[in-house]
Write a protein that binds this ligand. Sequence first.
Ligand code: BGC
Length: 322
Amino acid sequence: MSVKRSRFGEYYLYTIENLQGAKLEVTDLGATVRSILMPDRNGIMGDVVLGYDTPEEYLKSDGYLGAAVGRYANRIAGARFELGGIAYELTANEGGNTLHGGIGFSRRRFDTVSAEDSMVVFELRDPDGGDGFPGDLTVRIGYELSDDNDVCIYYAARTDKDTVINLTNHCYFNLSGEGDILGHELLINAGSYLPVDGALLPTGEICPVEGTDFDFRSGREIKNGFYDHCFVLDNNFCATLSDKKSGRVMLVATDMPGVQFYAGGALSERKGKNGRLYGKNSGLCLETQRFPDSPNRPEFPSCVLRAGEMFTSRTIYSFDVE
Ligand code: BGC
């Protein structure tokens, strides 16, 4: 197992390679996953996530390709919330609402804490008032590739004032490494999901998936690219994504209560890595996370991080073939 560091414009790229020749490439720009190379059923390596060739493209493009998302992944209604009797006004970046933390983390340069063996650890300090959120926040994100083709993402955060937190990763997966994800098979281990309004904010209901297009419990082909919803997970087993063409399979496990299944329906046309063209449904996201708008929804599981306490979380994307 080795980690190699190379230049990425003003940033760095770290490439972790395992004994099977699979590779995970991450950059300190946004603590972003730039590529994941995994074998298909014939042992041919293919890149299963979307990304760009240059830092400039990451800095100017929307869509959060592969990025770490914080302080609060997903949406906060009205770009405000109250905590401990104090109202906080946030950066509004989607109409009057906050998406993915406002300016957020995805274009920031992270410090590299360590890069050895099978793991790279990044750190970011976000000052009190960053995007309007309370508390000096220190976030650490660790990326690890195991010899069994597991990509593990570890999150840790600490604050000096009570705050809210929701960290995730925004990889767009495409197990074929080309074309779009319509035709991929997806199983989500969720008996309910959160319906949304026209601004994609949760209405507050938690609805059973039974008998709806949101019932992925036994696995179904993705035929329709409109999905952009948070699913309420039954337990730590989150999802299985498979692609008949390549034989690649990805299992997702997490300690988070939800997963945002975003089928990439809003991804506009753009040039991606190695001359590929991306557009609608070129990749899909399985963003493990707390529920959207939890800071304004006392009925949802708490997203509060108390001063001095440590937030930790872990998501594992395990790759295999069938
Ligand atoms: C959101 C989508 C949004 C995308 C890119 C996803 O996490 O759920 O609504 O279009 O991020 O910003």
